[in-house]
Design a binder for this molecule. Structure first.
Ligand SMILES: [Zn+2]
Length: 149
């Protein structure tokens, strides 16, 4: 039997969160945290609403998942995020000891890979899941924003 709960399935959920960010005028990045095929946190970027440059989707996902679990480590969790994490988020994810990070589109300017940020040695990383969808959403956001100004 095929397991319907694959990386693509959960990335679609993260993309739904990114769409919600888009509708609020936030840079459209979404994230979900999964434990044993169950979503325990759904978040999206809220830097505009909260007036907080640290309010990236991943930062909130870490807090939300830890609250749900009642413990600060996410060692059994997989984080799905539509865009490659930045340096700040990769640093926070290091401290969370997250088991796996799955991201969509690469960020060649601010992504942790370009910045050379180290993840936790136990953290597995998979990139490029629904990357085109995530990148298209970002592109649409910045085109619309430009047209408004
Ligand atoms: Zn970030």
């Amino acid at each position: 039997m095929i397991n319907p709960f694959d990386d693509t399935y959960f990335m679609k959920k993260a993309l739904q969160e990114a769409e919600m960010a888009f509708e609020k005028g936030e840079i459209p990045v979404g994230a979900v945290v999964v434990v044993e095929d169950r979503i325990i946190a759904r978040t999206h970027n809220l830097t505009e609403l909260l007036n907080d440059v640290t309010a990236h989707a991943e930062m909130q996902a870490i807090t939300s998942a830890a609250n749900f679990l009642g413990g600060k480590y996410l060692a059994k969790c997989t984080l799905y995020v539509t865009l490659e994490p930045c340096q700040m988020c990769a640093g926070a994810l290091y401290w969370s000891q997250v088991a796996k990070i799955v991201y969509g589109a690469a960020d060649h300017q601010r992504g942790f890979k370009t910045m050379g940020t180290q993840l936790h040695p136990k953290t597995e990383v998979v990139g490029g899941i629904l990357a085109n969808e995530a990148a298209a959403l970002m592109k649409r956001f910045f085109i619309e924003k430009r047209n408004l100004n």
